[in-house]
Design a binder for this molecule. Structure first.
Ligand code: GDD
Ligand code: MG
Length: 361
């Protein structure tokens, strides 16, 4: 079986992290986002994953070489000369996806995280005889997504991308199982699967929805990324409690890479991930936050509700709070307080920033 992951886009909503690292390889729970997806695809029986890329393909492919061997799966790149939207890339990769076997294939948005029930979805797709099956989930704010309205048999009656008025609260989770016939509907031009392809399949009564059990999140922006981490960790608590940190210094759900060093009298959690090679000195407090790889946090500093980028450091008694996002290689000096501050990569910060939402260029 084949799969295609839509990797395009600049990931602007996840800046400043995506100023130095392409969105799909930003780590989520200590593993690049796209690797969570590729592992799930492999597990569901895929032997080849096509990455539809229109931005920084070399960085991505160099990075994924090592994973190709590690996961024993073929990873190929289908590069667009211009952004082809969410359906155009399927036309471009037609020959790989339509391999003559008649088998369906998976398509994934690269920024969604869930428990990936792909095998169950595939079985459902085969059972209904659908041309396309969309994974759906329920959310409180459906207007940010593609809304899916179904009948009792889960057949899609309407698909409305980013509706301005309320049509329903079941939304497209950004994961599809499609039969090769879908490819005949997609022209070789920039086009949207949500706005053009799905309404056509729906009109012909061949589009179905499979309801996602468990959590789901589009982690393409910092606030949702942190919420997604919280959901992911509580799912790990149920499925793989052994992967969570335990000990007197931990509270709630926390993951710590084995190579990280944690000092004395720290208090870490809930909802924290600590990446490869991080070093926390003594008395450090971290809650509802992400420390990407190689972050150093000095004595008695405190990080809450924030994301700290690769190789950055936080000085003694410093405090980073309130949805701050610190880019790669930023050094926050002792005693500085950042309140909901966005800091671009490669900076040194000596002064406190109190006004929430300030961007430090
Ligand atoms: N290759 C390629 N080329 N990929 C693209 C392009 C392009 O021109 N444009 C967007 N993508 C990729 C993005 O990188 C992302 O993985 C996916 O297509 C969806 O684009 P987003 O920009 O993240 O869309 P969204 O989050 O606003 O909405 C989509 O996802 C929602 C779920 O998170 C839609 O599919 C909604 O219907 C859905 O509910
Ligand atoms: Mg998205």
């Amino acid at each position: 079986m084949k799969a295609l992951i839509l990797v395009g886009g600049y990931g602007t909503r996840l800046r400043p992290l995506t100023l130095t690292v392409p969105k799909p390889i930003v780590d989520f729970a200590n593993k690049p986002m796209i690797i969570h997806q590729i592992e799930a695809l492999k597990d569901a029986g895929c032997d080849e994953v096509v990455l539809a890329i229109n931005y920084q393909p070399k960085v991505m492919m160099d990075f994924l070489k090592e994973w190709e061997t590690k996961l024993a799966i073929k990873i190929t790149c289908s590069q667009e000369k211009e952004p082809m939207g969410t359906a155009g890339p399927l036309a471009l990769a037609n020959e790989i996806l339509n391999d003559g076997s008649g088998n369906p294939f998976f398509v994934l948005n690269s920024d969604v995280i869930c428990e990936f029930p792909l095998k169950e979805m595939l079985a459902f797709h085969k059972k209904t005889g659908a041309e396309g099956t969309i994974l759906v989930t329920q959310v409180e704010e459906p207007s940010k997504y593609g809304v899916v309205v179904t009948d009792e048999a889960s057949k899609v009656e309407r698909f409305v991308e980013k509706p301005k008025v309320f049509v329903g609260d079941k939304i497209n989770a950004g994961i599809y199982c499609l039969s090769p016939a879908v490819l005949d509907r997609i022209e070789m031009r920039p086009t949207s699967i949500e706005k053009e392809t799905f309404p056509l399949i729906c009109r012909d009564g061949k589009l179905y929805a499979f309801t996602l059990p468990g959590y789901w999140m589009d982690v393409g922006q910092p606030k949702d990324y942190l919420t997604g981490l919280q959901l992911h960790l509580s799912s790990l608590r149920r499925s793989h409690p052994d992967q969570l940190a335990s000990g007197p210094e931990y509270e709630g759900n926390v993951i710590v890479h084995p190579s990280a060093k944690i000092g004395k009298d720290c208090k870490i959690g809930p909802n924290v991930s600590i990446g490869i090679g991080c070093e926390l000195e003594n008395g450090v407090r971290v809650a509802n936050s992400v420390l990407l790889h190689r972050v150093k946090v000095k004595d008695f500093a405190r990080v809450s509700d924030s994301i700290i980028g690769w190789g950055s450091s936080v000085g003694k008694w410093a405090r980073i709070d309130n949805k701050s996002v610190i880019g790669e290689d930023v050094h926050v000096k002792d005693e500085v307080f950042l309140n909901g501050t966005i800091v671009l990569p490669h900076k040194e910060l000596k002064e406190t920033v109190l006004e929430q939402g300030t961007i430090i260029m």
